[in-house]
Structure formats: structure tokens, C-alpha cells
Design a protein around this ligand. Structure first.
Ligand code: DC
Length: 219
């Protein structure tokens, strides 16, 4: 049976994962966060002191897998749940570099396509509509200004100890955008047949409602 595949791409902090989670819960689809897979590989390389230049040689031994617990994705390296460990600023920056390595992308590509073949999914990332699922039923490119994305991230972190400044967060976002859009392999860009949604002026609820509407019109 053909599965329904929905691709959501866009830069860091545009709200992809929060919105995709809300919409997939509403529609009964599985939400697949591909950024978490790149983060898990980055964690593996970091923990084992493997420099990026040598990553390719180690790809066979990296075992990334996903499990879905009550509809929530957990990411595993081997049999270790690393879902929380991959959310640090260091791993964010490392994942941005790691994801530019073609051998890393090749390793995760098969896993992502298999998930899409076997399940009704909403998959988010940077190259889902362009490379991983070029025949997705619906493609959305979700974006917001860098300043607004930094603002949201700052609000999220401001309660926590050691919160970075707004300027530091903005600088990180601009650097990651640059890396993601300018790498040679599968750079972040809008697929020709993707619907552009800019959430700069929208609340989370408004953004989720808009995405749900776009999906329901098409499937
Ligand atoms: O969405 P995120 O911030 O968790 O992604 C982490 C990094 O992985 C980010 O710098 C971009 C990269 N990435 C990618 O290159 N391709 C994807 N499909 C998903 C993420």
C-alpha cells in the first residue's frame, strides 16, 4: 500500500519540529525528525574523537536508529538512547558540520527512505523535499526571519542557567544557516514544488493551522 509522505524543510528554528509534531499527532502520522539523526552521528564522532576528515571510514560502525514511544521519536546510537544528549549547542554546531559530509548523508538517506516507504510520515529536515523524498505528496518550506528565530530561541532558553545572549544565539543561527545553505551536498533550499510558509508574523498555533490546512487540501 502506498504511504503518505509529507516533507517539511527549512532553516534552524523556524518551528519545523514543534509544528510537525502537532500536525502529525492530529493526523495520526509518524513524525520523523531527521536533524536528530545528524545530531546522533555528530555525537558519535565527538565522543570518539573522530575528526570530520576521518568520518567516512567510521560510517559502517555507526548505528543510528529511531524508536517511537507513544508517538514520540527517540534516537538511539546502538542500544543507547541519546535523545537528550544531542540537544546541546556544541552538538548543534557539530551536526551542522557533520551533515556536510557526503558519506554521513549517504548513511542516513537509506534509513530515511525506508521509514517513508513503510509509514505515513511527516518528515522534517533540510533536503527532504529536494533529495530524500522528491515524490512526497506534500512539500512545505517553512521559514522565518533570523531575528525572529533567535528571539524565539532566546525566550525558550532564558529561564535556564547559562543562557546565551540574544546576540550569541543570532550569530549561531546565521552561521548554521550559512553552513546548511552553502554546502555542496544536499544544501538547504526550497524545492520547486514546495509551498512556502513564512512564520515570522505567525504564532505557533496559527502556523500549525496553516500547515494542517495545506496538507489536508492536498491529501
Ligand atoms: O534540524 P536540526 O537543527 O536538528 O539539524 C541539525 C543539523 O543537521 C543542521 O545543521 C542541519 C543538518 N540537517 C541536514 O543537513 N539535513 C537534514 N535533513 C536535517 C538536518
Amino acid at each position: 500500500m502506498k504511504t503518505i509522505n509529507i516533507a517539511i524543510d527549512g532553516p534552524a528554528g523556524a518551528g519545523k519540529s514543534t509544528i510537525a509534531k502537532m500536525v502529525s499527532a492530529e493526523m495520526g502520522y509518524i513524525y520523523v525528525d531527521t536533524g536528530a539523526m545528524y545530531r546522533a552521528v555528530a555525537l558519535y564522532l565527538t565522543e570518539n574523537n573522530i575528526p570530520d576528515e576521518e568520518a567516512e571510514k567510521h560510517m559502517e560502525e555507526v548505528e543510528v536508529s529511531l524508536k517511537f514511544v507513544d508517538g514520540t521519536q527517540r534516537v538511539y546510537l546502538g542500544d543507547r538512547d541519546v535523545s537528550d544528549l544531542i540537544r546541546t549547542p556544541e552538538i548543534s554546531m557539530a551536526a551542522s558540520r557533520t551533515s556536510a559530509i557526503p558519506a554521513v548523508r549517504a548513511r542516513l538517506f537509506d534509513l530515511q527512505q525506508k521509514l517513508a516507504r513503510e509509514n505515513n510520515i511527516i518528515m522534517d529536515g533540510r533536503d527532504i523535499g529536494t533529495v530524500v523524498l522528491p515524490n512526497a505528496d506534500v512539500k512545505i518550506f517553512l521559514t522565518a526571519s533570523a531575528e525572529e528565530r533567535a528571539n524565539r530561541r532566546y525566550k525558550e532558553l532564558s529561564e535556564k542557567p547559562d543562557c546565551p545572549t540574544y546576540e550569541e544565539i543570532l550569530k549561531d543561527i546565521i552561521e548554521r544557516d550559512y553552513n546548511d545553505m552553502n554546502r555542496e551536498t544536499a544544501p538547504l533550499k526550497q524545492a520547486e514544488d514546495a509551498v512556502l510558509v513564512d512564520t515570522t508574523e505567525l504564532t505557533l498555533e496559527q502556523s500549525a493551522a496553516k500547515i494542517a490546512e495545506i496538507i489536508k487540501e492536498r491529501v
